[in-house]
Each structure stands twice: as C-alpha cells, then as structure tokens.
Write a protein that binds this ligand. Structure first.
Ligand SMILES: Cc1cc2nc3c(=O)[nH]c(=O)nc-3n(C[C@H](O)[C@H](O)[C@H](O)COP(=O)(O)O)c2cc1C
Ligand SMILES: Cc1ncc(COP(=O)(O)O)c(C=O)c1O
Length: 204
C-alpha cells in the first residue's frame, strides 16, 4: 500500500492540537468510517508490562479524551498503579493515524452518571453483570448475573460504583498522514509547562 491521498503541513494543524483533532475526527465521521471512535488504549501494569485494547472515545474537549469502563478491570488496576497511558486512532480510509500520550484521571462522578444513564438498559445491566477481566467458569455466570440484576432493578438500573469514565489529559499528540514512498508527514505537539503547545515535525 502506497499512501497518496494528501499532504499535512505544519501551518494546517494550527496551534491547538485538540482543535485540530476535532477537525480530523469530524472528517473521519463524514468519510463514513465505521467505529470512527474506536481507539487503542495502552496501559502499563505494576511490573511495567504494556497492555493494549480497544475502547470507544465518548468525548473530546479542551480537557482531553474520555471513555467509559469498569474501574475494577485489568485496565483499571493498571491505571491505579501507573496513570501514564497512550491512545491510538487509525483511520485507514483517510490514511491517517493519531497518537496521544498522557496522564489519565477519573471523570467526575456527575459526568459518569450522565453518560451511564444515556445508555440502553441492557448495557447498564451488562455493567453490573460482568466482573470485567475476571476469569469466569462459563458464559452462564454472565447470563445468571444479568437475570439477577434485571429482577433486582427492573428498568431503573443505577450506575455501579465500579463503572465510570476516565479522562486522558494529553501531553503529546501526533498527527500522521500517509505519503508516497513511506515519506509520511508527522506533526507532533508537546505540552509546555505553562500549558501551551510546542509543535514540531518528525521524520517518518
Ligand atoms: C470496538 C470495541 C469497543 C470497545 N469499547 C469498550 C469500551 O468503551 N469500554 C470498555 O470497557 N471495553 C470496551 N471494549 C472491550 C475492551 O477491548 C476490553 O476487552 C475490555 O475493556 C477489557 O479490557 P481489560 O481486561 O484490559 O481491562 C471494546 C472492544 C471493542 C472491540
Ligand atoms: C464492555 C464495554 N463497555 C463499554 C463499552 C462502551 O460503549 P457503550 O457505552 O456504547 O456501550 C463497550 C463498547 O463496545 C464495551 O464493549
């Protein structure tokens, strides 16, 4: 595969990488890419070993990038031990990659509530039924848990205390645009001490 769709120059990215991320994100949405918000989340465990999995981006604003999960999951345990994480998007139809490194924190409970109560009842029950990342003897455990919580809560399924959002506060954001002959464009932003951003170009 030789990439040839378009170029990315420094000026085009502007001074604010969050702003530019939103632009690329809406272009990916307009390009009808399925699961455009699917991103790889990398964490490290207490022994410094890396782990990666897909999660869904549910918010991006001037603070950073948010997603929702089980705080008691493997990723939640890693994050509690080491708050440095990486996110990765690959939008192959646009020949684009976005790499994000940063520090992660829990979203305020009110924001987790707001998102949780927007989810379908079935997914809310799923959050109770699944002890995420734990070994279970068989699928029937999930089904039994699901039925049990369905009986207990009916249509009013509260947010489990172990389920909520995280916010990744970016320290570095890199925009990668594929170019011909592997001579890709890479524009990288690093956060300065005062919160402003330093922009540079990296060799591909
Ligand atoms: C397309 C896709 C989207 C997913 N979105 C989420 C998500 O937003 N939150 C989540 O907890 N798991 C999500 N998962 C499941 C995770 O990839 C993973 O299996 C789960 O979170 C357990 O990871 P852990 O054991 O490393 O904590 C998604 C999986 C896929 C394939
Ligand atoms: C286990 C799990 N939790 C959370 C999510 C987040 O997405 P949603 O809130 O749309 O269910 C997903 C998406 O696939 C998921 O698989």
């Amino acid at each position: 595969m030789d990439y040839s769709r378009e170029a990315l120059d420094e000026q085009a990215t502007g001074d604010d990488p969050m702003h530019f991320f939103m632009k690329w994100f809406s272009e990916a949405e307009s390009a009808q890419i399925t699961e455009v918000n699917a991103m790889t989340l990398a964490t490290v465990d207490a022994d410094h070993r890396p782990h990666a999995r897909i999660v869904l981006l549910k918010g991006a604003d001037e603070r950073g990038f948010s997603f929702f999960t089980n705080y008691d999951s493997a990723k939640g345990t890693h994050i509690a031990a080491d708050p440095f994480v990486a996110l990765l998007f690959f939008w192959k139809e646009l020949e684009r990659q976005v790499r994000i490194d940063g520090r992660i924190e829990k979203l305020p409970a009110a924001e987790s509530d707001e998102y949780f109560y927007s989810r379908p009842v079935g997914s809310r029950l799923g959050a109770w039924a699944s002890p995420q990342s734990r070994e279970i003897p068989g699928r029937e455990v999930l089904e039994q848990n699901y039925e049990r919580y369905q009986k207990e809560f009916g249509e009013n399924v509260p947010r489990p205390p172990h389920w909520g959002g995280y916010l990744v506060v970016p320290q570095r954001i890199e925009f990668w645009q594929g170019r011909s002959s592997r001579m890709h464009d890479r524009i990288s932003f690093s956060r300065n001490e005062d919160g402003s951003w330093k922009r540079c170009r990296l060799a591909p």
